[in-house]
Design a protein around this ligand. Structure first.
Ligand code: IMP
Ligand code: MG
Length: 189
């Protein structure tokens, strides 16, 4: 849907790319895929903060009656305060519990160049989880620099910088319930 259907009052928002209903439907599809593949198994969702904050919460609730769910978080930084990847991924905060022996699903907001997920799959995969899967809300396949396997993809993102539903630009706009693109002038310092 576009902003024509529901006015966007934040001036720097150019248009709504995916509205709440579209996001909810995508989360439902992600949950269905995880429930199908891990039927009867306990699952540990590992959300990547801060971007996957809302996705992890919504996914956990969508799975709540299907699977036994644990929730953990880690924090990585790869972008600094810029809208471009520096290529450097750092673990700022690790999970609070061990992933060894668990059916781990990494929950990430978006896969762009792939470096963040490649790093996390390498690190978590080295800790002897029973299984390791990756779930993202948004995919920008045309931006990939490293080939990284993603088991569950919610939506194909347009070739634009997206904010909202956890995704930020300079720590702003995470709180938006929809996914949106910004006007070009909004990226100026
Ligand atoms: P990758 O390492 O390039 O795959 O980067 C993934 C991370 O970059 C995500 O977790 C986001 O924090 C950030 N990112 C990539 N594209 C966007 C975007 O369009 N909007 C907001 N953040 C983005
Ligand atoms: Mg992120």
């Amino acid at each position: 849907m576009s902003e024509m259907l529901r006015p966007v009052t934040i001036p720097s928002i150019a248009s709504v790319v995916f509205d709440e209903a579209t996001i909810a439907a995508a989360v439902g599809r992600l949950a269905a895929g995880i429930a199908r593949d891990l039927a009867g198994e306990p699952v540990l969702l590992v959300g990547v903060l801060k971007g996957a904050l809302f996705l992890t919460a919504d996914l956990a609730r969508a799975l709540s009656s299907e699977l036994e769910i644990g929730i953990d978080f880690l924090v990585v930084s790869s972008y600094g305060n810029e809208n471009r990847s520096s290529g450097e991924v750092r673990m700022l905060k690790d999970t609070s519990s061990s992933v060894e022996g668990k059916n781990v699903v990494i929950v990430e907001d978006i896969v762009d160049n792939g470096l963040t997920l490649a790093y996390l799959q390498r690190v978590l995969g080295g800790r002897k989880p029973a299984s390791l899967r990756t779930c993202v809300l948004l995919d920008k396949p045309y931006r990939r620099q490293v080939d990284v396997p993603v088991d569950y993809v919610g939506l194909q993102a347009p070739d634009a910088f997206i904010v909202g539903y956890g995704l930020d630009y300079q720590e702003k706009y995470r709180q938006l319930p929809y996914l949106a693109r910004l006007h070009d002038w909004a990226f100026e310092a």
